[in-house]
Design a protein around this ligand. Structure first.
Ligand code: UD1
Ligand code: UDP
Length: 370
């Protein structure tokens, strides 16, 4: 029986790999184990708990504010013993993190095949998203099987001379997770009840997230300043679950702690977060995953990034790229709040990132090609 090792380390990788893990566990053709690097800790553990996944290996690598080089070195040196212990035939990694690129490299060094889930996203700008664009390209060079979420990502890989027979267009597993997630939300959760208590029914709810490294510094201050001005409108309420990266926490709390109509909270468990997205009027975010989830929930999104590797939703009109420029953020936020036809033109669209069947397509490919 073929042995598969699924490795991930951060919140979004865990969310996007969870449906695949759960499905692979049921497959008799494969023996599947899970290893977490724990590049994230609290934000990872809450996802594992919700999806009821108990890792077989936990490298426990998170340290407060560690550098990318420290983390990369630790992943390379500690994953070795896992690969030696389990001896997988295939390692599956996800997306664009330090965990993905370093685990793909370690597997290649050991002559183990690599499957890349969410393959082929590109900006071809090594500074944005930083360092994710390069992580994706490294993993793409090393992978044997490429699970591309969209046709566009398949085209990108073909242009890079990846054999088309080793690419399969799957949709994004984030939608598989979302469909499962919305069915399993427990509305009696303490955090959901608490949020319900402070939601003002007569105001439009704007959910915000932001954590990208390429925006740290002045750009992040501009973004926060736009939120502060926006919050002066009496008809809005902004809720921002703040990412645990200390570089994010410091600026957000310093700038927005006392802002009118702004509620800052710790990162929410996935279950509570997707519930909150559903309550929202609109979303302002730089998150990849949130951009992909939002069209399924029919929520318009302003993306606070200069470039995107997720062109599909921009082309379709459900997502608008506004960067971190204060004037542009305010222009489009105010338009969405005031102009019903503009709002409707962004809200009611089909999701280009899939229909919740990505994990099944990946497993089907593996059964026939591996
Ligand atoms: C990482 C990924 C990024 C992804 C993001 C999702 C890389 C280089 N970056 O960025 O692609 O979009 O995760 O959120 O792989 N921290 C905690 N607890 C946690 C998680 C993080 O305290 O549960 C703090 C720690 O101080 C940690 C810091 O955040 O050192 C940064 O974490 P890290 O994983 O290095 O980078 P992210 O910015 O979270
Ligand atoms: N998310 C969450 N709690 C939060 C904010 C986001 O569970 O407080 C989920 C969100 O639904 C999405 C994922 O985290 O599935 C996105 O992760 P993040 O924005 O950290 O990373 P990215 O997608 O940008 O890599």
């Amino acid at each position: 029986m073929k042995k598969i090792l699924i490795v991930f380390g951060t919140r979004p990788e865990a969310i996007k790999m969870a449906p695949l893990v759960k499905k692979l566990y049921k497959e008799v053709d494969f023996n599947t184990k899970v290893c977490v690097t724990a590049q994230h800790r609290e934000m990872l553990d809450q996802v594992l708990a919700f999806f009821k996944i108990t890792p077989d290996y936990d490298l426990d690598l998170m340290k407060k504010n560690q550098t990318l080089n420290q983390l990369s070195a630790k992943i390379l040196s500690t994953i070795d013993s896992v690969l030696e212990d389990y001896k997988p035939d295939l390692v599956l990694v996800h997306g664009d993190t330090t965990t993905s690129s370093m685990v793909a490299l370690a597997s290649f060094h050991k002559n183990i095949k690599v499957g890349h889930v969410e393959a082929g996203l590109r900006t071809y700008n090594k500074s944005a998203p930083f360092p994710e664009e390069i992580n994706r390209q490294i993993t793409g060079r090393l992978a044997d099987f490429h699970f591309a979420p969209t046709k566009q990502s398949q085209v990108n890989l073909v242009k890079e001379k990846v054999d088309i027979n080793n690419i399969v267009v799957t949709g994004n597993t984030v939608i598989d997770a979302l469909f499962w997630g919305v069915k399993h939300i427990n509305l009696d959760r303490k955090d959901i009840i608490e949020i319900k208590d402070f939601l003002w029914k007569d105001k439009k709810l704007i959910v915000v997230t932001g954590h990208r490294r390429e925006s740290f510094g002045d750009k992040f201050y501009d973004f926060c300043s736009a939120l502060k001005t926006l919050s002066e409108r009496n008809d809005v309420q902004i809720i921002y679950p703040v990412h645990l990266n200390p570089n994010v926490q410091e600026v957000v709390y310093k700038t927005l702690k006392n802002a009118k109509n702004v509620i800052l909270i710790p990162p929410l468990d996935y279950e509570a977060f997707i519930w909150l997205l559903n309550q929202s009027y609109m979303i302002i975010t730089d998150s990849g995953g949130v951009q992909e989830e939002a069209p399924s929930l029919k929520k318009p999104v302003l993306v606070t990034r200069e470039v995107t590797e997720r062109e599909e939703a921009v082309k379709q009109g459900t997502v608008k790229l506004v960067g971190t420029n204060k004037i542009k953020i305010l222009k489009y936020a105010n338009l969405l709040l005031d102009d019903e036809s503009f709002y409707n033109s962004m809200a009611a669209k089909k999701n280009p990132y899939g229909d919740g069947k990505a994990s099944a397509i990946i497993i089907d490919f593996l059964k026939h090609n591996f």
